[in-house]
Design a protein around this ligand. Structure first.
Ligand code: BDP
Length: 690
């Protein structure tokens, strides 16, 4: 169905002239694929796509017979290293080296004698090149004069599934897991394969298949009982260039290993992990490694034994090292049982306080995975000060595609613009030009391993993501990680064309909706960077004081006089000092702090005047009235597409947008009422607030 096909619709191309040009070029594929399974999967994709878009099935040959053809080859003899020089890059900026994951796509000749040449640095390069070509076809682009070389900017381009063996998905908003059901694997390999295709089509190359909170059954995934099945999964992903990882339970030796402890410095424990790693690699020779959530939100970890995170991570790294495996150690570590009367425990400070003293102590195959912000995937947060602050440690950025705090895929919230702000943020770690994107692509500090990971937003729902428009976030994540310099609009447009077709009105309407959606969501939820104000545990819907007096520590400190968290050095938690200058001074200063983050860093009276010229209280009222109206506007924009979008998707998205419009009013009323009653300040425009 159109829901299921997501952005791989391969809709028939009705423009006959264009279809003829494409068919002439792609009718014959001259291929030298060196038995690469990945490249062969790519060719299979090409054939299926051509059948669907052009009504032809390209023939595959090893020698040139037609006058026009598509030549596909793998260039680098040493594909692993990928050091072969193969020509000018797309910007004409001299010779470039084609890495193993890179490709070059080139059009030569004209008229009846033209050819298209795809060169991959390896089978994976071919795969990415074919998907690139298919994007061009589906968006009806000309191929004449094509001459591009592309390489992924980030090495690790990873998806984290938060799927549990019982079939539930932690923070999943799209139905149950596609991998598990009632404690077993679904063995719906077709669906898994289609997921692999979706991921590969946007260049993702790694997946961890179980929740970071590892429960009883998943703890045993690293044993002979489960490894044969997991090897089958790894095989499916391997065909699409995707490496499989597992989340592990730090206390596994104790729980399933028959060892009386999980102390990372204990010899028996270390040996157990080594033996376990050996066994895993017997089943999955190219196994990626472990994702670890330790000493976080009641998960076990090295702290129980008086050890630190470096001790814990290095023990696992040592076990994986002989096999080339990686340890991806998460930095989401904070005291979730803190006391709001003790400001020194500011949750925002925690990751930096825990990890920076360990810089230089981690083994080479350890990567620290850091959430984009210091809290937890809020609609607006500053960038985590950990980025750039550990110059001798591999760093991976973690985003959340699942919209846990941004409407849970019932509200539309296109997150690529938010992610871009993070990637473009200058940390000043090495002076001007030390953007987060240069830290996580490894270039700033010359790191061996680095990249970007994100929590997936897919499940068993027919359309994968619950809300069809939420597919744009999964698509956008992959594209952005491939090349962080792509624009959010450009990605939105690509996705829209591939997903809904090339009707210009439709493209403009859908892209416009996507681009407005994050600011709209922000405007009717928690204001000025303060975050939260959501229903505890479910994290859906407004509850201003839900976490205010809770030990989980996500406060806004609103009272009758003012609101905001004082994180300054002089009078607050001192969090601002975790940034490099000039960011530290900028955030610390009430005058210089950007409006959108004001309440994250400062506690101010409601009468405080923002840079916008409005008082804080009036800003709250205005944005909430405007936001609710704008949400209704999204519904209106969408319904204007009736007759253009197929009925299935039209109805489905209409329902969600109608829900969102209603829910936005609810948010508006709850937030405005709360602050009106707290502050007693009436709305300057005299609108009704209850
Ligand atoms: C929070 C989620 C929680 C996750 C945790 C994590 O609410 O379910 O387990 O992050 O990242 O956002 O470990």
């Amino acid at each position: 169905s159109t829901l299921y096909q997501a952005w791989l619709q391969y809709a028939p191309i009705k423009d006959e002239e264009l279809a003829a040009v494409y068919s002439r070029l792609l009718g014959t594929v001259v291929a030298d694929l060196q038995q690469s399974r990945v490249a062969n999967a790519a060719i299979q994709e090409l054939r299926n796509a051509c059948r669907s878009m052009l009504g032809i099935v390209p023939s595959i040959t090893s020698e040139v017979r037609a006058s026009s053809y598509f030549e596909v080859r793998i260039h680098a003899a040493d594909a692993e290293e990928g050091t072969e020089e193969i020509g000018e890059d797309s910007m004409g900026a001299g010779r470039v080296r084609l890495g193993a994951e890179g490709f070059r796509l080139e059009h030569r000749g004209h008229g009846q004698q033209e050819k298209l040449i795809l060169t991959g640095g390896s089978g994976k390069g071919v795969l990415y090149g074919v998907f690139h070509l298919l994007r061009l076809l589906a968006s009806h682009q000309p191929l004449t004069g094509l001459n591009i070389t592309e390489q992924p900017v980030n090495g690790l381009r990873m998806i984290n599934q938060w799927d549990n063996a019982d079939g539930s998905v932690e923070r999943g908003y799209s139905g149950h897991s596609i991998f598990y059901e009632n404690g077993r694997f679904t063995e719906n390999w077709d669906r898994v394969r289609d997921y692999a295709r979706l991921l590969a089509s946007v260049g993702l190359n790694a997946i961890s298949i179980n929740n970071v909170n590892v429960h009883e059954i998943e703890t045993k995934f690293i044993t002979a009982e489960y490894l044969p099945t997991i090897a089958q999964l790894a095989d499916i992903f391997r065909e699409y260039g995707i490496t499989l990882y597992l989340s592990i339970n730090f206390a596994a030796p104790l729980h399933i290993g028959g060892v009386p402890t999980s102390d990372p410095l204990n010899e028996e424990v270390r040996q157990w992990w080594k033996d376990t790693a050996d066994e895993i690699y017997d089943h999955i020779p190219d196994f990626g490694g472990f994702v670890v959530k330790a000493d976080s939100e009641h998960r076990p970890g090295p702290f129980a034994y008086g050890r630190d995170h470096a001790d814990g991570a290095n023990m696992l790294a040592e076990a994986l090292e002989p096999h080339g495996g990686l340890v991806i150690w998460r930095c989401f570590v904070y005291n979730c049982m803190q006391d709001w009367r003790d400001r020194s425990t500011d949750r925002a400070r925690a990751a930096y306080d825990h990890f920076t003293p360990l810089d230089g102590r981690f083994k080479d195959n350890v990567l620290l995975q850091i959430k984009n912000g210091p809290m937890d995937f809020q609609v607006r947060e500053p960038v985590s000060p950990l980025f750039g602050s550990m110059k001798e440690t591999n760093q991976v950025l973690e985003f959340q595609i699942a919209q846990e705090y941004t409407g849970q895929q019932r509200h539309v919230c296109y997150l690529v613009p938010q992610w871009k702000e993070v990637l473009d943020f200058d940390t000043y770690a090495n002076g001007t030009g030390s953007e987060v994107k240069k830290i996580v692509d490894g270039s700033l500090h010359g790191m061996k391993y680095s990249g970007i990971a994100a929590v997936s937003n897919i499940g068993k729902d027919e359309n994968w993501t619950g809300h069809t428009l939420a597919q744009a976030n999964l698509y956008g994540f992959g594209r952005l990680v491939w090349n962080p310099d792509m624009s959010a609009e450009g990605i939105a447009e690509e996705w829209t064309r591939l997903t809904f077709g090339n009707d210009e009105t439709e493209v403009a309407v859908v892209c416009g909706m996507l681009m407005r959606s994050w600011p709209i969501y922000e405007s009717y939820t928690s204001p000025l960077g303060v975050g939260w104000m959501i229903t505890p545990h479910t994290h859906y819907g407004p509850d201003v004081d839900g976490y205010e007096y809770s030990r989980w520590g996500t406060y806004h400190f609103a009272d009758r006089d003012g609101i905001g968290v004082d994180r300054t050095v002089a009078t607050g938690t001192g969090y601002t000092a975790q940034y490099f200058e000039p960011n530290a001074a900028r955030y610390d200063s009430l005058e210089d702090c950007p409006d959108e983050l004001l309440l994250f860093f400062h506690h101010v009276p409601y009468s405080h005047v923002l840079k916008s010229g409005k008082t804080v209280i009036q800003h709250i009222y205005d944005t909430h009235f405007e936001g609710a109206e704008a949400a209704a506007g999204l519904l209106k924009a969408w319904t204007s597409l009736a007759g253009k979008v197929d009925l299935e998707r039209l109805t489905q998205v209409t329902e969600r947008l109608a829900d969102q419009a209603e829910h936005a009013k609810h948010w508006r009323d709850v937030i405005n009422t709360y602050f009106y009653r707290k502050s007693g300040v009436p709305d300057a425009q005299g609108r009704t607030i209850y």
